[in-house]
Design a protein. Structure first.
Length: 209
């Protein structure tokens, strides 16, 4: 199975319908990850087919949770997951990719230019120093434990905003430490095509005062 077939099969399993142009952009992004990985240390994965399942399809499990959103911030974006795959699938969604590692934000800026993603902004710096933007959804993929994720990013949510934290195994201990002023809306087990590891989505929002 080639990269194109693997991506198509995964998208079908996720119930996603993308244009040919969007699918090609996702594959181009994978090629960029592979090309720049040696210089910028973006991922431990070296094989494009594994990147498709572990990075692209994994990132796209976010899409059903942000259907009503118009702005999103991907905190600790690293090599651009889940922000860049989401941006390719949702050109109407304004996305900020934030990372404190300048090597990684250099790559992100290059990727955004090469992929022609007009709906993406790259910000370099620490999340607690970001004060000029509020968004509908703050997301992250293995950025920090839930309580730290909440405390570091609460100022980024707008009035109706919520968190979408992408996790591996069910985060029992982390959930117990979520502050009392935050509501755990739901914790869903995710099924990622061609990925044998556990994945969960934790949706949280500030409690009304």
């Amino acid at each position: 199975m080639d990269n194109k077939q693997k991506l198509q099969e995964g998208l079908t399993a996720l119930g996603l319908t993308l244009t040919t142009a969007q699918q090609l952009l996702l594959l181009e992004y994978v090629a960029l990850l592979k090309k720049w990985n040696g210089t910028y240390n973006l991922t431990a994965l070296r094989d494009e087919q594994t990147m498709i399942s572990h990075h692209i399809l994994d990132s796209l499990t976010l899409l059903p949770y942000i259907e009503q959103a118009s702005t999103l911030m991907d905190v600790g974006s690293g090599g651009g997951m889940p922000g860049i795959p989401a941006a390719i699938c949702r050109p109407d969604l304004q996305i900020t990719l934030l990372d404190a590692n300048t090597k990684k934000t250099t790559f992100l800026r290059q990727a955004v230019i090469e992929l022609g993603l007009n709906n993406v902004t790259v910000a370099s710096g620490r999340v607690e120093e970001m004060h000029d933007k509020k968004v509908d959804v703050v997301t992250s993929r293995a950025f920090a434990e839930l309580k730290d994720f909440i405390s570091l990013t609460a100022h980024l949510l707008n009035e109706q905003g919520y968190w979408a934290a992408m996790k591996g195994v069910y985060p029992y201990e982390e959930l117990e430490q979520v502050p009392e002023n935050v509501e755990i809306v739901k914790v869903d087990k995710l099924s990622v095509p061609m990925l044998e590891a556990e994945r969960h989505m934790v949706i949280m929002k500030p409690k009304a005062v």
